[in-house]
Design a protein around this ligand. Structure first.
Ligand code: C2E
Ligand code: MG
Ligand code: MG
Ligand code: MG
Length: 292
């Protein structure tokens, strides 16, 4: 049982973190500065097609470069931000960095692949999102097709009547929609089928250890069948082991993301990866996997 005293501490800790998050959001990167000057930065995790040996995209994952606590993972501040208005500011900050990074990569002649961004439901439904997105696409001269918005299955289905029209507006700008952490939400298949989406991201729990467990394998096959039914592209998250990769590849699930290939990298590291790809011809040139 939580005592009043413990509850008081928790309340203080939470409010202190909200205060610090506001501080982090206030440390806006100065005009002309690189994105790396702010406390909130996006790192990028490569997504590959194993069969083709190609880099097919990257997922932007936010990190908080806290002045005293070091690099803080999103799991310890996104849930809190989601319960306040801070989440939109964070998601917009990441979107801004991604557009700016992509423009600098394009200007440098690097082979650019689409970038996936995580949007919390609150941000997806925010009244300013379409205006802010159009402004950023215009300012940085980025095609909507180069962006994908990921929303978790459970958050997408929470208020479907609001989410559906917003998804349609985003897709009209060319932005792709991915259902994230698939298999961990309500799995209301009829509801999911009621709006168009482009990609289904299989949650790590149906990928990790799939080669060694009948149960996990059965669930994975089920999810693969659902993606086929919806004509959505399948991408497997959290791939760590070669045995799982071999199992997945044998079943045609060759689009993967995970530590086996690469963890999330800083934008400087991504520049080096893209430059290495360019040296070999183009973004579509084969990679020798895993060497990301
Ligand atoms: P997610 O979107 O499902 O992202 C995948 C998470 O799995 C990331 O954790 C990634 O670093 C981690 N991961 C990647 N490969 C592996 C692997 O092989 N094994 C394991 N065990 N983990 C792997 P991260 O970066 O800590 O992000 C956690 C969650 O925070 C994300 O889950 C996403 O829901 C949320 N998030 C991250 N960035 C943002 C953001 O900019 N905005 C919002 N709203 N949410 C974000
Ligand atoms: Mg994601
Ligand atoms: Mg996920
Ligand atoms: Mg997740």
């Amino acid at each position: 049982r939580t005592t009043v005293k413990e509850y008081g501490f928790e309340l203080l800790a939470r409010s202190h973190m909200v205060f610090e998050l506001q501080g982090a959001l206030d440390t806006a990167p100065a005009a002309g500065a690189t994105a790396q000057h702010g406390e909130l930065v996006a790192h990028y995790q490569p997504q590959v097609d194993y069969a083709q040996g190609r880099l097919i995209g990257m997922e932007a994952l936010v990190r908080w470069r806290h002045p005293s606590r070091g690099l803080v993972a999103p799991g310890s501040f996104i849930p809190l931000a989601e319960s306040t208005d801070k989440i939109y500011d964070i998601d917009l900050r990441v979107l801004t960095q991604v557009c700016r990074d992509m423009r600098s990569w394009l200007d440098a002649g690097l082979p650019v692949v689409p970038v996936s961004l995580n949007f919390s439901r609150r941000s997806l439904l925010h009244a300013d999102l379409l205006g802010d997105l159009k402004r950023l696409l215009h300012t940085y001269r980025i095609r909507g097709e180069l962006l994908e918005f990921e929303v978790t299955e459970s958050q997408l289905l929470e208020t479907l009547e609001l989410v559906s029209p917003r998804v349609a507006q985003l897709r009209a700008l060319g932005v792709r929609i991915a259902v994230d952490d698939f298999g961990t939400g309500y799995s209301n298949l009829d509801a999911i089928n009621s709006f168009p989406f482009d990609r289904l991201k299989v949650d790590r729990q149906f990928v990790h250890g799939v080669a060694g467990s009948e149960r996990v394998a059965g669930l994975f096959r089920l999810i693969q069948g659902i993606a086929e039914l919806f004509s959505a592209e399948l991408l497997c998250e959290g791939l760590e082991h070669e045995a799982d990769l071999a199992w997945l590849a044998e079943r045609g699930a060759t689009r993967v993301q995970g530590w086996y290939f690469s963890a999330a990298r800083t934008s400087e590291e991504i520049v080096a990866i893209l430059a290495a790809l360019r040296a070999r011809g183009s973004g579509a040139a084969p990679l020798t996997i895993p060497e990301l």
